[in-house]
Design a protein around this ligand. Structure first.
Ligand SMILES: [Zn+2]
Length: 449
C-alpha cells in the first residue's frame, strides 16, 4: 500500500495536471492536442523521463513515454485521449476551460472524458519512476489525439504507423472502473468488450414527377417505411459477455431482483423484465437493453428540393451498434433482408466490428486483487460498452485491453458525474481522484514488480 504522504502528493499532482490540461482547449475539431502533449512532455522531462510526440498532422499530437522493465513480462500500456468534445460556454454554470475547483470537484470539459485519467495515469507513472524499484515489465504512457472523432489522427494513426512505440501485451484505457452503489453494494466494472459501430447510408429511388400526381414508388415514402421497420427493437441476443455481466448484477441485487434479472434472456419474459427493471431503475434498464440488443438509430435524412416535385432519391443514415459475435458485414446483410431499399452503403470510419478481450487474464486478476484491497467486499464485473473507445484498436491487434479508470466518491453519486460526459457542467469529485491515484499506483507497483 501507499504511504499517506505519497498518496497526498501524487493525488495533488494529478489534480494540478487535470486543471492545467482542462485549461488547454483541445476541443475536437480541431483538436490541437500537441499543446497538451507539450505540457505532459514538460512534466515528464522534469522527472527525467524521455517522451516522444508523434503528429499525424500539424497540431494533432500524441505523446508516448516508457519506463523500461527487465523484459521478464509483457509490457503494459496506460492509454488515454487528450481531445474533448466541444462545450458551449453559455450553457455552463462555470467557464468550461478554466478548471474551476468548486464544491469538492474539478469542473471543466474533459474532467471526466477523459483528462482526469490522462492526469491520474501520469501521476502514477511518475510515482513509479520516482520510487525507482526494478520493473518486471515495460510501462508505457500514451496520451493521444482524436478519440472523439474516430481516432483517425490519434490511436488509429499510431497503430498503423508507430506500432513499435505502443506494442504491448496489456493496455488500459477508458470505459470502466467507476464504483456504482447498487442495493448498498459496491460494483466496479472492467470494460472488456465494446459494441461494433456501423454507420450505414440507405438510399431509395422512385420515379420523379409533379407533386400533384402521387407515385406509388415515392422515394420518401419508401424510405419512411424502411426506417419504421428498422427502428423496431431487434430480437434479444444472448452473448457470453452479457451472460457474465447479468450474473454479476444478479449477485449484487438482493432477492427477488436477482431472480428477475437472471431471466432476461428468456424470450417469454424478456420484454416484461425490461419494463419492470425500468420501473425501479431507468439507467440499469437502458444498460440491460444495450447489453442484450443490437440497436439502430436513424440519424440523418435528406430528400427533395422543391415543394411540388417528387424527388427521385431519398438518403438516410442509420447508426447501428452491434453486439460481439458478428461482423459488420453480417449485420449489414441482416439489415438488407429486413428492409426494401435500393442501396446500402457502409461508411469507412469509424465503422468497426465489435471487440472483446477475455477476462481470464493476469491483468484482470491483478485489477480485482487491488480493488478488493482498497474496497473490501466490492464486486467486480466485466462490462460491455455500447459505445466505442480506443481499446478497439488494441483488441484488433490481439492485445488484451480494458477500460479501467478507478474512481469512487463519497460525496457525489456516480450518475452525477457520468451525466457530465459530453454534457454540460462536466466535473469530477476530488475524493474520486484521491481514490483513483491510490488504486492505480498500488496496482502498478504490484503488477509490474
Ligand atoms: Zn473518452
Amino acid at each position: 500500500m501507499l504511504e499517506g504522504s505519497d498518496v497526498k502528493r501524487l493525488s495533488a499532482e494529478a489534480q494540478k495536471y487535470l486543471i492545467d490540461l482542462i485549461r488547454i482547449d483541445t476541443s475536437n475539431p480541431p483538436g490541437n492536442e500537441t499543446a497538451a502533449c507539450e505540457y505532459i512532455g514538460n512534466v515528464l522531462d522534469k522527472e527525467g523521463i524521455e517522451s516522444t510526440i508523434i503528429e499525424s498532422e500539424p497540431t494533432r499530437g500524441s505523446i508516448i513515454a516508457r519506463l523500461k522493465g527487465n523484459g521478464e513480462k509483457g509490457a503494459l500500456l496506460l492509454g488515454s485521449h487528450l481531445d474533448v468534445v466541444p462545450a458551449n460556454a453559455d450553457d455552463w454554470s462555470v467557464p468550461p476551460f478554466e478548471g474551476v475547483v468548486k464544491d469538492g470537484c474539478i469542473w471543466g470539459r474533459g474532467a471526466m472524458d477523459m483528462k482526469h485519467t490522462a492526469a491520474m495515469f501520469l501521476a502514477a507513472f511518475v510515482g513509479l519512476k520516482r520510487r525507482g524499484e526494478p520493473l518486471s515489465r515495460d510501462v508505457i504512457y500514451c496520451a493521444c489525439a482524436d478519440e472523439e472523432q474516430s481516432g483517425f489522427y490519434g490511436m488509429h494513426y499510431l497503430v498503423e504507423n508507430r506500432f513499435d512505440l505502443i506494442d504491448c501485451e496489456y493496455a488500459l484505457n477508458e470505459g470502466g472502473g467507476y464504483c456504482a452503489v447498487i442495493d448498498g453494494k459496491h460494483l466496479y466494472t472492467v470494460q472488456n468488450a465494446e459494441k461494433g459501430v456501423n454507420w450505414i447510408r440507405l438510399i431509395t429511388r422512385g420515379e420523379p414527377g409533379h407533386g400533384s400526381v402521387p407515385r406509388k414508388d415515392n422515394s420518401i415514402v419508401r424510405m419512411s417505411k424502411a426506417l419504421r421497420e428498422i427502428s423496431k427493437p431487434l430480437p434479444i441476443r444472448k452473448t457470453k459477455i452479457a451472460r457474465q455481466v447479468i450474473n454479476k448484477m444478479a449477485g449484487v441485487l438482493g432477492f427477488p431482483k436477482d431472480i428477475v434479472i437472471s431471466q432476461v434472456f428468456n424470450p417469454l419474459f424478456s420484454d416484461a423484465i425490461l419494463k419492470l427493471v425500468k420501473s425501479f431503475d431507468e439507467r440499469v434498464a437502458e444498460m440491460l437493453f444495450a447489453l442484450t440488443h443490437d440497436t439502430v438509430s436513424p440519424t440523418k435524412i435528406s430528400a427533395g428540393y422543391k415543394e411540388n416535385i417528387i424527388p427521385e432519391k431519398c438518403e438516410a443514415v442509420i447508426d447501428c451498434r452491434i453486439l460481439p459475435g458478428q461482423t459488420s458485414g453480417e449485420f449489414r446483410d441482416m439489415i438488407a433482408k429486413m428492409i426494401d431499399v435500393d442501396e446500402i452503403v457502409p461508411f469507412d470510419l469509424p465503422v468497426t466490428d465489435p471487440t472483446e478481450s477475455p477476462v481470464n487474464t493476469e491483468l484482470y486478476r491483478a485489477i480485482c486483487k487491488t480493488l478488493k484491497k482498497h474496497d473490501p467486499g466490492c464486486v467486480i464485473s466485466p462490462f460491455l460498452m455500447p459505445g466505442a473507445t480506443d481499446n478497439r484498436f488494441f483488441r484488433k491487434k490481439g492485445i488484451v485491453a480494458y477500460g479501467f479508470q478507478p474512481l469512487k466518491s463519497e460525496r457525489l453519486e456516480l450518475k452525477d458525474y457520468l451525466d457530465g460526459i459530453h454534457g454540460i457542467d462536466e466535473k469530477i469529485p476530488i475524493d474520486g481522484i484521491d481514490f483513483g491515484v491510490k488504486v492505480l499506483y498500488d496496482f502498478l507497483r504490484d503488477f509490474c514488480a
